[in-house]
Design a protein around this ligand. Structure first.
Ligand code: B12
Ligand code: SF4
Length: 490
Protein backbone atom coordinates (compact mmCIF):
# COMPACT_ATOMS: atom_id res chain seq x y z
CA UNK A 1 0.00 0.00 0.00
CA UNK A 2 1.02 3.63 -0.44
CA UNK A 3 0.68 5.45 2.84
CA UNK A 4 1.04 9.01 4.14
CA UNK A 5 1.79 9.34 7.84
CA UNK A 6 0.90 12.85 8.94
CA UNK A 7 1.23 15.13 11.93
CA UNK A 8 -0.78 18.36 12.27
CA UNK A 9 1.05 21.52 13.20
CA UNK A 10 1.25 22.41 16.89
CA UNK A 11 0.43 26.08 16.52
CA UNK A 12 1.07 26.77 20.17
CA UNK A 13 4.49 25.20 19.95
CA UNK A 14 5.77 27.04 16.96
CA UNK A 15 9.38 27.93 17.72
CA UNK A 16 10.98 24.55 18.14
CA UNK A 17 10.33 21.97 15.50
CA UNK A 18 10.97 18.40 16.61
CA UNK A 19 10.56 15.30 14.50
CA UNK A 20 7.42 13.24 15.22
CA UNK A 21 9.34 10.16 16.24
CA UNK A 22 6.28 7.95 16.73
CA UNK A 23 5.54 8.32 13.01
CA UNK A 24 9.16 7.41 12.29
CA UNK A 25 8.68 4.12 14.17
CA UNK A 26 5.44 3.36 12.34
CA UNK A 27 7.04 4.19 8.98
CA UNK A 28 9.96 1.87 9.65
CA UNK A 29 7.72 -1.07 10.46
CA UNK A 30 5.46 -0.43 7.46
CA UNK A 31 8.48 -0.16 5.19
CA UNK A 32 9.83 -3.45 6.47
CA UNK A 33 6.40 -4.89 5.71
CA UNK A 34 6.81 -3.87 2.07
CA UNK A 35 4.69 -0.72 2.02
CA UNK A 36 5.57 2.65 0.53
CA UNK A 37 5.54 5.45 3.10
CA UNK A 38 6.10 9.19 3.33
CA UNK A 39 5.97 11.35 6.46
CA UNK A 40 4.18 14.68 6.26
CA UNK A 41 4.73 17.04 9.20
CA UNK A 42 2.61 20.19 8.88
CA UNK A 43 4.99 21.98 11.26
CA UNK A 44 7.74 22.13 8.63
CA UNK A 45 5.89 21.96 5.32
CA UNK A 46 5.00 24.91 3.11
CA UNK A 47 1.99 23.17 1.59
CA UNK A 48 -1.01 21.29 2.95
CA UNK A 49 -1.16 17.50 2.99
CA UNK A 50 -3.70 17.62 0.14
CA UNK A 51 -0.90 18.85 -2.14
CA UNK A 52 0.97 15.55 -1.77
CA UNK A 53 -2.21 13.50 -2.09
CA UNK A 54 -3.24 15.32 -5.28
CA UNK A 55 0.26 15.21 -6.80
CA UNK A 56 0.53 11.48 -6.25
CA UNK A 57 -2.92 10.91 -7.77
CA UNK A 58 -1.98 13.05 -10.78
CA UNK A 59 1.15 10.92 -11.28
CA UNK A 60 -1.02 7.80 -11.29
CA UNK A 61 0.44 6.59 -7.99
CA UNK A 62 -2.28 7.56 -5.52
CA UNK A 63 -1.99 7.13 -1.79
CA UNK A 64 -4.38 4.57 -0.34
CA UNK A 65 -4.28 5.45 3.32
CA UNK A 66 -3.50 8.39 5.56
CA UNK A 67 -2.45 7.75 9.18
CA UNK A 68 -2.64 10.80 11.42
CA UNK A 69 -1.14 11.31 14.86
CA UNK A 70 -2.73 13.47 17.57
CA UNK A 71 -2.00 14.75 21.03
CA UNK A 72 -4.98 16.22 22.90
CA UNK A 73 -4.55 19.88 21.84
CA UNK A 74 -4.15 18.83 18.20
CA UNK A 75 -7.11 16.50 17.81
CA UNK A 76 -9.26 19.07 15.96
CA UNK A 77 -6.48 19.59 13.41
CA UNK A 78 -6.19 15.81 13.05
CA UNK A 79 -9.91 15.55 12.33
CA UNK A 80 -9.57 18.28 9.70
CA UNK A 81 -6.77 16.32 8.05
CA UNK A 82 -8.82 13.14 8.12
CA UNK A 83 -11.63 15.02 6.41
CA UNK A 84 -9.25 16.16 3.65
CA UNK A 85 -8.06 12.59 3.20
CA UNK A 86 -11.58 11.17 3.11
CA UNK A 87 -12.68 13.77 0.54
CA UNK A 88 -9.92 12.40 -1.67
CA UNK A 89 -10.94 8.78 -1.18
CA UNK A 90 -8.21 7.66 1.25
CA UNK A 91 -8.69 5.25 4.14
CA UNK A 92 -8.20 7.32 7.28
CA UNK A 93 -6.57 6.08 10.48
CA UNK A 94 -5.92 8.04 13.67
CA UNK A 95 -3.56 7.20 16.54
CA UNK A 96 -1.40 8.77 19.24
CA UNK A 97 -1.88 9.97 22.84
CA UNK A 98 -5.33 11.51 22.45
CA UNK A 99 -6.77 8.48 20.70
CA UNK A 100 -5.34 6.29 23.43
CA UNK A 101 -7.26 8.27 26.04
CA UNK A 102 -10.44 8.92 24.07
CA UNK A 103 -10.78 6.54 21.12
CA UNK A 104 -14.61 6.61 20.94
CA UNK A 105 -14.97 10.35 20.48
CA UNK A 106 -13.63 10.15 16.91
CA UNK A 107 -16.56 7.92 15.95
CA UNK A 108 -19.21 10.37 17.09
CA UNK A 109 -20.90 12.59 14.53
CA UNK A 110 -19.55 14.37 12.53
CA UNK A 111 -16.10 12.71 12.90
CA UNK A 112 -17.48 9.27 12.03
CA UNK A 113 -18.04 10.59 8.51
CA UNK A 114 -14.31 10.74 7.88
CA UNK A 115 -12.48 8.64 10.50
CA UNK A 116 -12.32 4.98 9.49
CA UNK A 117 -10.06 3.49 12.17
CA UNK A 118 -8.42 4.60 15.41
CA UNK A 119 -5.76 2.89 17.47
CA UNK A 120 -5.00 2.99 21.16
CA UNK A 121 -1.44 2.64 22.40
CA UNK A 122 1.84 1.64 20.79
CA UNK A 123 0.79 0.64 17.32
CA UNK A 124 3.84 -0.55 15.39
CA UNK A 125 2.57 -4.13 15.07
CA UNK A 126 -1.17 -3.53 15.15
CA UNK A 127 -1.17 -0.81 12.50
CA UNK A 128 0.92 -3.01 10.19
CA UNK A 129 -1.59 -5.80 10.74
CA UNK A 130 -4.44 -3.49 9.69
CA UNK A 131 -2.61 -2.34 6.57
CA UNK A 132 -1.78 -5.92 5.57
CA UNK A 133 -5.37 -7.00 6.18
CA UNK A 134 -6.80 -4.19 4.08
CA UNK A 135 -4.28 -4.77 1.31
CA UNK A 136 -5.28 -8.40 1.18
CA UNK A 137 -8.87 -7.24 0.71
CA UNK A 138 -10.02 -8.68 4.03
CA UNK A 139 -12.10 -7.06 6.76
CA UNK A 140 -10.24 -6.30 9.99
CA UNK A 141 -11.42 -8.26 13.00
CA UNK A 142 -9.64 -8.39 16.32
CA UNK A 143 -6.49 -6.32 15.99
CA UNK A 144 -5.13 -5.06 19.32
CA UNK A 145 -6.20 -1.51 20.11
CA UNK A 146 -8.33 -1.08 17.00
CA UNK A 147 -11.60 0.91 16.96
CA UNK A 148 -13.88 1.20 13.96
CA UNK A 149 -17.51 1.29 12.90
CA UNK A 150 -19.10 -1.50 10.93
CA UNK A 151 -22.51 -0.40 9.74
CA UNK A 152 -23.70 1.44 12.84
CA UNK A 153 -21.93 -0.70 15.35
CA UNK A 154 -18.76 0.55 17.01
CA UNK A 155 -16.26 -2.30 17.31
CA UNK A 156 -13.23 -2.11 19.56
CA UNK A 157 -10.65 -4.45 20.93
CA UNK A 158 -8.41 -4.25 23.93
CA UNK A 159 -5.33 -2.09 23.71
CA UNK A 160 -2.18 -3.61 22.30
CA UNK A 161 0.11 -4.81 25.05
CA UNK A 162 3.07 -2.45 25.40
CA UNK A 163 5.86 -3.66 23.19
CA UNK A 164 8.05 -5.67 25.58
CA UNK A 165 11.15 -6.08 23.42
CA UNK A 166 12.07 -2.68 21.99
CA UNK A 167 15.23 -4.09 20.41
CA UNK A 168 13.01 -6.13 18.11
CA UNK A 169 11.72 -2.94 16.48
CA UNK A 170 13.58 -1.44 13.53
CA UNK A 171 15.18 1.97 14.07
CA UNK A 172 12.75 4.79 13.29
CA UNK A 173 12.80 5.81 9.61
CA UNK A 174 14.92 8.90 10.41
CA UNK A 175 15.85 9.17 6.74
CA UNK A 176 12.24 10.06 5.86
CA UNK A 177 12.28 13.29 7.86
CA UNK A 178 13.13 16.51 6.00
CA UNK A 179 15.64 17.04 8.74
CA UNK A 180 17.12 20.39 7.76
CA UNK A 181 13.68 21.96 8.14
CA UNK A 182 13.67 21.25 11.87
CA UNK A 183 15.20 23.66 14.39
CA UNK A 184 17.64 22.60 17.05
CA UNK A 185 16.00 21.01 20.06
CA UNK A 186 17.17 23.42 22.69
CA UNK A 187 19.36 26.33 21.69
CA UNK A 188 22.70 25.02 22.77
CA UNK A 189 24.98 27.94 22.21
CA UNK A 190 23.67 30.48 19.80
CA UNK A 191 19.90 30.51 19.59
CA UNK A 192 17.68 28.45 17.37
CA UNK A 193 19.19 27.17 14.17
CA UNK A 194 16.32 26.75 11.69
CA UNK A 195 18.40 24.36 9.59
CA UNK A 196 19.89 22.17 12.28
CA UNK A 197 20.06 18.46 11.67
CA UNK A 198 18.51 17.63 15.02
CA UNK A 199 17.32 14.13 15.57
CA UNK A 200 15.69 12.64 18.62
CA UNK A 201 16.23 9.18 20.02
CA UNK A 202 14.28 7.02 22.47
CA UNK A 203 16.44 4.73 24.57
CA UNK A 204 13.53 3.47 26.66
CA UNK A 205 9.77 3.80 26.94
CA UNK A 206 7.57 4.21 30.01
CA UNK A 207 8.09 5.47 33.55
CA UNK A 208 7.20 3.79 36.85
CA UNK A 209 6.58 7.09 38.65
CA UNK A 210 3.06 8.42 38.93
CA UNK A 211 3.28 12.20 39.07
CA UNK A 212 -0.32 13.38 39.30
CA UNK A 213 -0.08 15.89 36.44
CA UNK A 214 1.63 13.57 33.99
CA UNK A 215 -0.15 12.10 31.01
CA UNK A 216 1.73 9.16 29.52
CA UNK A 217 -1.08 7.19 27.97
CA UNK A 218 1.01 5.58 25.26
CA UNK A 219 4.27 4.60 26.92
CA UNK A 220 2.72 3.74 30.30
CA UNK A 221 4.04 2.84 33.75
CA UNK A 222 6.32 -0.05 32.84
CA UNK A 223 9.85 0.99 32.01
CA UNK A 224 11.20 -0.91 29.01
CA UNK A 225 14.76 -0.24 28.02
CA UNK A 226 16.53 -0.87 24.76
CA UNK A 227 19.92 -2.53 25.03
CA UNK A 228 22.84 -0.11 25.14
CA UNK A 229 24.17 -1.72 21.97
CA UNK A 230 20.99 -1.08 20.02
CA UNK A 231 20.96 2.58 21.13
CA UNK A 232 24.61 3.03 20.18
CA UNK A 233 23.98 1.58 16.71
CA UNK A 234 21.10 4.01 16.09
CA UNK A 235 23.20 6.89 17.44
CA UNK A 236 25.98 5.91 15.05
CA UNK A 237 23.55 5.93 12.11
CA UNK A 238 22.36 9.42 13.11
CA UNK A 239 25.87 10.86 13.46
CA UNK A 240 27.80 9.04 10.77
CA UNK A 241 25.03 8.15 8.34
CA UNK A 242 22.67 11.10 8.52
CA UNK A 243 24.98 13.92 9.62
CA UNK A 244 23.24 14.80 12.89
CA UNK A 245 24.37 18.12 14.37
CA UNK A 246 22.51 17.58 17.62
CA UNK A 247 20.71 14.71 19.31
CA UNK A 248 17.92 14.86 21.87
CA UNK A 249 17.10 12.03 24.22
CA UNK A 250 13.32 12.15 24.65
CA UNK A 251 12.63 9.23 26.99
CA UNK A 252 10.23 9.68 29.85
CA UNK A 253 13.12 8.68 32.17
CA UNK A 254 16.28 7.55 30.43
CA UNK A 255 18.33 7.38 33.63
CA UNK A 256 16.10 5.07 35.69
CA UNK A 257 18.89 2.50 35.92
CA UNK A 258 22.11 4.30 36.73
CA UNK A 259 24.56 1.58 35.58
CA UNK A 260 22.86 1.38 32.16
CA UNK A 261 22.94 5.18 31.76
CA UNK A 262 26.65 5.21 32.60
CA UNK A 263 27.35 2.34 30.25
CA UNK A 264 25.66 4.19 27.40
CA UNK A 265 27.87 7.25 27.98
CA UNK A 266 31.02 5.12 28.04
CA UNK A 267 30.04 3.43 24.78
CA UNK A 268 29.37 6.77 23.07
CA UNK A 269 32.90 7.82 23.90
CA UNK A 270 34.37 4.49 22.77
CA UNK A 271 32.57 4.80 19.43
CA UNK A 272 33.76 8.38 18.94
CA UNK A 273 30.16 9.63 18.98
CA UNK A 274 30.79 12.21 21.70
CA UNK A 275 31.67 14.91 19.16
CA UNK A 276 28.03 15.67 18.37
CA UNK A 277 26.29 17.57 21.21
CA UNK A 278 23.24 16.09 22.85
CA UNK A 279 20.66 17.16 25.40
CA UNK A 280 18.02 15.51 27.57
CA UNK A 281 14.98 17.19 26.06
CA UNK A 282 12.39 16.32 28.68
CA UNK A 283 14.50 16.16 31.73
CA UNK A 284 16.03 13.55 33.95
CA UNK A 285 14.89 12.37 37.35
CA UNK A 286 17.23 13.84 39.98
CA UNK A 287 16.96 10.88 42.35
CA UNK A 288 18.55 8.55 39.80
CA UNK A 289 21.75 10.52 39.32
CA UNK A 290 25.17 10.98 40.87
CA UNK A 291 28.26 13.03 40.12
CA UNK A 292 29.87 10.24 38.12
CA UNK A 293 26.88 10.01 35.79
CA UNK A 294 27.07 13.71 34.98
CA UNK A 295 30.84 13.51 34.44
CA UNK A 296 30.33 10.63 32.03
CA UNK A 297 27.54 12.50 30.26
CA UNK A 298 29.79 15.51 29.85
CA UNK A 299 32.56 13.32 28.43
CA UNK A 300 30.02 11.74 26.05
CA UNK A 301 29.11 15.11 24.54
CA UNK A 302 26.06 16.09 26.59
CA UNK A 303 25.64 19.86 26.82
CA UNK A 304 22.59 20.43 28.91
CA UNK A 305 20.45 18.48 31.33
CA UNK A 306 16.89 19.33 32.30
CA UNK A 307 15.21 18.34 35.56
CA UNK A 308 11.57 18.27 36.55
CA UNK A 309 11.65 20.29 39.79
CA UNK A 310 7.95 21.24 39.71
CA UNK A 311 7.49 22.87 43.13
CA UNK A 312 9.54 24.38 45.95
CA UNK A 313 7.36 23.07 48.73
CA UNK A 314 8.23 19.64 50.14
CA UNK A 315 4.64 18.80 51.10
CA UNK A 316 3.33 19.79 47.64
CA UNK A 317 5.99 17.60 46.03
CA UNK A 318 5.19 14.64 48.24
CA UNK A 319 1.42 14.81 48.72
CA UNK A 320 0.01 16.66 45.72
CA UNK A 321 2.44 16.09 42.87
CA UNK A 322 3.72 12.76 44.22
CA UNK A 323 6.98 13.31 42.45
CA UNK A 324 8.92 10.68 44.36
CA UNK A 325 11.85 13.02 45.00
CA UNK A 326 12.89 15.40 47.78
CA UNK A 327 14.13 18.97 47.61
CA UNK A 328 17.44 17.72 48.95
CA UNK A 329 17.79 15.40 45.97
CA UNK A 330 16.89 18.29 43.65
CA UNK A 331 19.63 20.47 45.14
CA UNK A 332 22.16 17.67 44.95
CA UNK A 333 21.25 16.85 41.33
CA UNK A 334 21.75 20.45 40.22
CA UNK A 335 24.98 20.81 42.17
CA UNK A 336 26.44 17.64 40.66
CA UNK A 337 25.42 18.53 37.11
CA UNK A 338 26.98 21.97 37.45
CA UNK A 339 30.12 20.51 39.02
CA UNK A 340 30.46 18.25 35.97
CA UNK A 341 30.33 21.32 33.73
CA UNK A 342 26.87 20.76 32.27
CA UNK A 343 24.37 23.51 31.59
CA UNK A 344 21.17 23.02 33.56
CA UNK A 345 17.52 23.63 32.93
CA UNK A 346 14.65 23.42 35.43
CA UNK A 347 10.97 22.76 34.80
CA UNK A 348 8.58 24.31 37.33
CA UNK A 349 4.77 24.10 37.49
CA UNK A 350 2.55 26.86 38.80
CA UNK A 351 -1.03 26.37 39.95
CA UNK A 352 -1.33 22.71 40.89
CA UNK A 353 -4.41 22.12 43.07
CA UNK A 354 -3.27 23.08 46.60
CA UNK A 355 -0.79 25.71 45.41
CA UNK A 356 -1.01 28.88 47.49
CA UNK A 357 0.83 32.19 47.44
CA UNK A 358 3.29 30.69 49.91
CA UNK A 359 4.03 27.50 47.95
CA UNK A 360 4.36 29.39 44.68
CA UNK A 361 6.71 31.83 46.36
CA UNK A 362 8.77 28.86 47.54
CA UNK A 363 8.88 27.63 43.93
CA UNK A 364 10.24 31.00 42.75
CA UNK A 365 12.78 31.04 45.60
CA UNK A 366 13.94 27.55 44.68
CA UNK A 367 14.35 28.49 41.01
CA UNK A 368 16.47 31.47 42.02
CA UNK A 369 18.52 29.34 44.39
CA UNK A 370 19.12 26.51 41.88
CA UNK A 371 19.86 29.12 39.23
CA UNK A 372 19.74 26.96 36.09
CA UNK A 373 20.68 28.51 32.72
CA UNK A 374 17.08 28.06 31.68
CA UNK A 375 14.00 27.99 33.85
CA UNK A 376 10.79 26.82 32.27
CA UNK A 377 7.78 27.97 34.30
CA UNK A 378 4.58 26.30 33.20
CA UNK A 379 0.96 26.62 34.21
CA UNK A 380 -0.64 23.39 35.34
CA UNK A 381 -2.67 21.82 32.51
CA UNK A 382 -5.16 19.12 33.50
CA UNK A 383 -4.88 16.44 30.83
CA UNK A 384 -7.68 13.90 30.85
CA UNK A 385 -6.56 10.57 32.23
CA UNK A 386 -4.37 12.14 34.93
CA UNK A 387 -4.99 12.03 38.68
CA UNK A 388 -4.93 15.81 38.66
CA UNK A 389 -7.76 15.94 36.10
CA UNK A 390 -9.94 13.66 38.24
CA UNK A 391 -9.23 15.77 41.34
CA UNK A 392 -10.29 18.94 39.56
CA UNK A 393 -13.44 17.42 38.11
CA UNK A 394 -14.30 16.24 41.63
CA UNK A 395 -13.41 19.36 43.61
CA UNK A 396 -13.33 22.20 41.10
CA UNK A 397 -13.94 23.11 37.49
CA UNK A 398 -11.96 22.89 34.27
CA UNK A 399 -12.15 26.02 32.10
CA UNK A 400 -12.00 24.71 28.59
CA UNK A 401 -14.18 25.10 25.56
CA UNK A 402 -12.37 22.59 23.42
CA UNK A 403 -9.29 20.37 23.40
CA UNK A 404 -7.12 23.12 21.93
CA UNK A 405 -7.34 24.89 25.30
CA UNK A 406 -5.25 22.09 26.81
CA UNK A 407 -2.06 23.23 25.11
CA UNK A 408 0.66 23.55 27.73
CA UNK A 409 2.12 26.64 26.17
CA UNK A 410 -1.17 28.46 25.92
CA UNK A 411 -0.44 30.50 29.01
CA UNK A 412 -3.76 30.83 30.75
CA UNK A 413 -5.43 29.42 33.83
CA UNK A 414 -7.35 26.31 32.95
CA UNK A 415 -9.18 25.46 36.12
CA UNK A 416 -10.20 26.49 39.60
CA UNK A 417 -10.83 24.54 42.79
CA UNK A 418 -13.93 25.06 44.94
CA UNK A 419 -12.01 24.87 48.21
CA UNK A 420 -12.08 28.61 48.80
CA UNK A 421 -8.27 28.69 48.78
CA UNK A 422 -7.31 28.24 45.14
CA UNK A 423 -7.07 31.49 43.20
CA UNK A 424 -6.46 31.24 39.42
CA UNK A 425 -5.77 34.99 39.15
CA UNK A 426 -3.02 34.65 41.73
CA UNK A 427 -1.56 31.69 39.86
CA UNK A 428 -1.16 33.77 36.70
CA UNK A 429 0.29 36.63 38.75
CA UNK A 430 2.89 34.43 40.45
CA UNK A 431 3.74 32.62 37.21
CA UNK A 432 4.48 35.91 35.47
CA UNK A 433 6.34 37.14 38.53
CA UNK A 434 8.53 34.03 38.32
CA UNK A 435 9.62 34.96 34.79
CA UNK A 436 10.27 38.54 35.81
CA UNK A 437 12.29 37.69 38.90
CA UNK A 438 14.25 34.92 37.20
CA UNK A 439 15.05 36.63 33.93
CA UNK A 440 14.44 40.36 34.16
CA UNK A 441 15.61 41.34 37.62
CA UNK A 442 18.96 39.62 37.46
CA UNK A 443 21.57 41.37 35.32
CA UNK A 444 23.55 38.21 34.59
CA UNK A 445 20.51 36.48 33.08
CA UNK A 446 19.53 39.60 31.10
CA UNK A 447 23.06 39.72 29.74
CA UNK A 448 22.95 36.03 28.86
CA UNK A 449 19.68 36.52 26.96
CA UNK A 450 21.15 39.48 25.12
CA UNK A 451 24.04 37.31 23.98
CA UNK A 452 21.62 35.01 22.15
CA UNK A 453 21.91 35.93 18.49
CA UNK A 454 18.33 34.78 17.93
CA UNK A 455 16.99 37.50 20.22
CA UNK A 456 18.47 40.13 17.90
CA UNK A 457 17.91 38.52 14.53
CA UNK A 458 14.26 37.76 15.24
CA UNK A 459 13.01 40.94 16.91
CA UNK A 460 9.26 40.29 16.37
CA UNK A 461 9.61 36.95 18.17
CA UNK A 462 11.55 38.53 21.01
CA UNK A 463 8.92 41.25 21.46
CA UNK A 464 6.11 38.68 21.38
CA UNK A 465 7.87 36.70 24.10
CA UNK A 466 8.43 39.77 26.25
CA UNK A 467 4.71 40.55 25.98
CA UNK A 468 3.67 36.99 26.69
CA UNK A 469 5.85 36.29 29.69
CA UNK A 470 6.29 39.66 31.31
CA UNK A 471 3.34 41.84 30.33
CA UNK A 472 0.50 39.51 29.34
CA UNK A 473 -2.65 40.11 27.38
CA UNK A 474 -6.34 40.04 28.15
CA UNK A 475 -6.84 36.43 27.09
CA UNK A 476 -4.12 35.24 29.45
CA UNK A 477 -6.11 36.30 32.50
CA UNK A 478 -7.77 33.66 34.58
CA UNK A 479 -11.17 33.21 33.01
CA UNK A 480 -13.18 33.98 36.12
CA UNK A 481 -15.94 35.11 33.81
CA UNK A 482 -15.96 31.67 32.22
CA UNK A 483 -17.53 30.07 35.28
CA UNK A 484 -20.41 27.95 34.15
CA UNK A 485 -18.69 26.59 31.04
CA UNK A 486 -18.76 22.83 30.91
CA UNK A 487 -15.61 20.76 30.71
CA UNK A 488 -15.03 19.30 27.28
CA UNK A 489 -14.85 15.79 28.57
CA UNK A 490 -17.86 15.92 30.87
C1 B12 B 1 9.04 14.24 22.24
C2 B12 B 1 7.74 14.84 22.71
C3 B12 B 1 7.39 16.07 22.22
C4 B12 B 1 8.25 16.83 21.21
C5 B12 B 1 8.04 16.29 19.82
C6 B12 B 1 6.60 16.05 19.48
C7 B12 B 1 6.45 15.35 18.18
N1 B12 B 1 6.53 16.08 17.11
O1 B12 B 1 6.30 14.12 18.19
C8 B12 B 1 7.76 18.29 21.42
C9 B12 B 1 8.64 18.92 22.45
C10 B12 B 1 7.75 19.18 20.17
C11 B12 B 1 6.39 18.04 21.98
C12 B12 B 1 5.39 18.94 21.87
C13 B12 B 1 4.14 18.70 22.38
N2 B12 B 1 3.79 17.71 23.23
CO1 B12 B 1 4.90 16.23 23.63
N3 B12 B 1 5.83 14.67 24.10
C14 B12 B 1 6.93 14.17 23.65
C15 B12 B 1 7.22 12.84 24.38
C16 B12 B 1 8.19 13.09 25.51
C17 B12 B 1 7.74 11.71 23.53
C18 B12 B 1 6.93 11.47 22.26
C19 B12 B 1 7.43 10.23 21.64
O2 B12 B 1 8.32 10.26 20.82
N4 B12 B 1 6.88 9.08 22.08
C20 B12 B 1 7.32 7.79 21.65
C21 B12 B 1 6.55 7.30 20.46
C22 B12 B 1 6.99 5.89 20.10
O3 B12 B 1 5.20 7.26 20.84
P1 B12 B 1 4.09 8.14 20.10
O4 B12 B 1 4.64 9.31 19.44
O5 B12 B 1 2.98 8.32 21.04
O6 B12 B 1 3.63 7.11 18.93
C23 B12 B 1 3.12 5.81 19.19
C24 B12 B 1 1.62 5.72 19.47
O7 B12 B 1 1.06 6.89 20.00
C25 B12 B 1 0.99 5.35 18.18
N5 B12 B 1 0.70 6.41 17.22
C26 B12 B 1 1.12 7.67 17.17
N6 B12 B 1 0.66 8.29 16.07
C27 B12 B 1 -0.06 7.41 15.40
C28 B12 B 1 -0.75 7.51 14.19
C29 B12 B 1 -1.41 6.39 13.71
C30 B12 B 1 -2.13 6.48 12.42
C31 B12 B 1 -1.43 5.19 14.45
C32 B12 B 1 -2.17 4.01 13.94
C33 B12 B 1 -0.75 5.09 15.67
C34 B12 B 1 -0.06 6.20 16.12
O8 B12 B 1 1.98 4.50 17.62
C35 B12 B 1 3.29 5.09 17.86
C36 B12 B 1 4.32 4.01 17.92
O9 B12 B 1 4.11 3.14 19.00
C37 B12 B 1 5.80 12.49 24.91
C38 B12 B 1 5.78 11.63 26.15
C39 B12 B 1 5.61 10.18 25.77
N7 B12 B 1 6.14 9.34 26.58
O10 B12 B 1 5.01 9.81 24.78
C40 B12 B 1 5.18 13.87 25.10
C41 B12 B 1 3.69 14.01 24.93
C42 B12 B 1 3.23 13.19 23.76
N8 B12 B 1 3.52 15.41 24.59
C43 B12 B 1 2.43 15.92 25.07
C44 B12 B 1 1.97 17.22 24.77
C45 B12 B 1 0.75 17.67 25.53
C46 B12 B 1 2.61 18.01 23.83
C47 B12 B 1 2.14 19.38 23.34
C48 B12 B 1 0.69 19.39 22.99
C49 B12 B 1 2.54 20.42 24.38
C50 B12 B 1 1.86 21.73 24.17
N9 B12 B 1 2.38 22.55 23.35
O11 B12 B 1 0.87 21.98 24.75
C51 B12 B 1 3.02 19.62 22.10
C52 B12 B 1 2.30 19.15 20.83
C53 B12 B 1 3.22 18.73 19.74
C54 B12 B 1 2.60 17.76 18.78
N10 B12 B 1 3.09 17.78 17.54
O12 B12 B 1 1.70 17.01 19.07
C55 B12 B 1 1.70 14.94 25.95
C56 B12 B 1 0.44 14.42 25.29
C57 B12 B 1 -0.68 14.25 26.29
C58 B12 B 1 -1.97 14.13 25.60
N11 B12 B 1 -2.98 13.79 26.35
O13 B12 B 1 -2.11 14.35 24.44
C59 B12 B 1 2.80 13.86 26.21
C60 B12 B 1 2.26 12.44 26.42
C61 B12 B 1 3.65 14.36 27.43
C62 B12 B 1 2.93 14.39 28.74
N12 B12 B 1 3.24 13.51 29.63
O14 B12 B 1 2.09 15.21 28.99
N13 B12 B 1 6.30 16.81 22.55
S1 SF4 C 1 6.61 13.54 35.07
FE1 SF4 C 1 8.40 12.30 34.53
S2 SF4 C 1 8.83 11.15 36.40
FE2 SF4 C 1 6.74 11.87 36.61
S3 SF4 C 1 5.46 10.21 35.84
FE3 SF4 C 1 5.82 11.63 34.12
S4 SF4 C 1 7.57 10.81 33.07
FE4 SF4 C 1 7.55 9.84 35.09
Amino acid sequence: MRIILASPEAKVWSERKHIPLGLGYLAAVLREGGHEVIIYDAAIEDVGVEYYIDQAAARGKPYHLIGITATTPLISDAWEMAQLGKQRGLITVLGGPHLTIMPFESFQSPHDQYVDYAFKGEAEYSFLELVNTLEAGRQPEVIPGIHFKRRDELLSSVESPMIPDLDALPFPAHDLFKIDRYTNLQPLTDGLDPHARSFTILTSRGCPYKCTFCSKPVTGDTWRARSVESVVQEWKWLVKGLGATEIGVTDDIWNLKLPRAKELCRRLVEEGLHTVPWVTVHGMKVNHTDLELFQLMKAAGCKRVGFGVENGDEAMLRNVIRKGQTLEQVREGFANAKAAGLQTMGFFIFGMPGDTEETMEKTIQLALELDPQLANFMLAAPFPGTVMYDQIVEGGQVFADNWTDFAIHEQRARFTMHDGKYDPELVIKKWREAYRRFYLYRPERVLEKMMFKENWTNIPRTLAQVKRFFIGSKDQQAPANKAGKATVAA
